[in-house]
Design a protein around this ligand. Structure first.
Ligand SMILES: NC(=O)c1ccc[n+]([C@@H]2O[C@H](COP(=O)([O-])OP(=O)(O)OC[C@H]3O[C@@H](n4cnc5c(N)ncnc54)[C@H](OP(=O)(O)O)[C@@H]3O)[C@@H](O)[C@H]2O)c1
Length: 261
């Protein structure tokens, strides 16, 4: 599997489950210095046990102060970061017939603001790596749903589209400092998050396959890491169709009120 030639100092969020857990296990095994975050402190400790290169740092990414303090703790522990990988996220689908703003906030808080709190906390540590003459990179797990608005994905898809837009814009403004920004757009990955889905998930990959694709893409400094390619290229293509055609295709995926209740 492609990876970095030298050990990296990495902060990974969402490390206790699914894609993040697979990433954590692979990054630890490859000998990188990793700080792992999520809310479940026990699961983080278990992941790090027996691995002096792994350090648990429990936090709720929706809590800005906690994320800022985590940044300070990482500064004391590692001194700098070569990679900040913001993967923590959640998914809930909206029923527009019972418009639920609490649901929208539950999704946006960790997915969008959690990611941006992480960027705020990580930037001084990435700049410290640049001062050491090393490359530095921010990465975030967005979603292929950011390429194409889908029914019931108002909250989830928009939170991910906002992450993609924000970080792509930030990439332009951080280029002068030599800080790279990578966006990860997975299709369907078999994890506890997608186990709850009650609709077909074509071309689903395993969390291990997802982690391999992410590590290979990050090590190469790719800007847009998307997989599985057959699926993500199709979604990208649908995303650039004329709005009226996109609407007709999207309507075929909607549920009636009876199906939603
Ligand atoms: N699976 C897919 O098909 C798919 C597709 C596209 C994008 N994604 C994205 O990939 C990322 C990982 O998803 P997954 O499928 O691996 O889901 P998952 O198995 O549910 O894992 C989510 C991870 O995020 C952590 N997390 C959630 N809310 C958090 C919070 N408020 N603070 C800190 N950590 C939090 C969870 O840990 P704790 O519960 O311990 O906090 C867990 O480690 C997400 O951003 C998701 O949107 C997934």
């Amino acid at each position: 599997m492609s990876t970095w030639k030298t050990p990296q100092r990495i902060w990974l969020t969402g490390a206790t489950s699914g894609i993040g857990e697979a990433l954590a296990r692979k990054l630890i095994a490859q000998g990188h210095q990793v700080v792992l975050s999520a809310r479940n402190a026990e699961a983080l400790t278990a992941l790090c046990e027996g691995h002096p290169n792994a350090h648990p740092l429990p936090l709720d990414v929706s809590d800005r102060q906690a994320v800022i303090e985590a940044g300070s703790a990482i500064g004391s522990h590692l001194g700098a970061l070569d990679l900040a990988l913001f993967n923590a996220g959640t998914c809930e689908y909206l029923n527009a017939q019972q418009f639920d703003m609490d649901l929208v906030e539950r999704v946006f808080k960790p997915n969008l603001f959690g990611t941006l709190y992480g960027v705020e906390a990580a930037l001084p540590l990435l700049r410290a790596a640049r001062k050491q003459g090393l490359p530095a990179r921010i990465a975030a797990t967005s979603s292929a749903s950011a390429y194409l608005p889908l029914p019931r994905a108002e909250a989830y898809g928009a939170s991910k589209a906002a992450v993609s837009y924000f970080l792509e814009s930030l990439r332009l403004d951080l280029a002068q400092e030599g800080i790279g920004v990578s966006l990860i757009h997975p299709g369907f990955v078999k994890t506890p998050l997608t186990e709850r889905n009650d609709f077909p998930m074509p071309m689903q990959v395993t969390a291990e396959q997802a982690a391999d694709a992410i590590i290979a893409g990050l090590a190469k400094g790719r800007l847009d890491i998307h997989f599985p390619r057959r699926f993500t290229y199709l979604i990208k293509l649908l995303g650039i169709l004329p709005p009226a055609l996109r609407h007709q295709i999207g309507l075929r995926m909607t549920r009636t009120q009876q199906e939603s209740s």
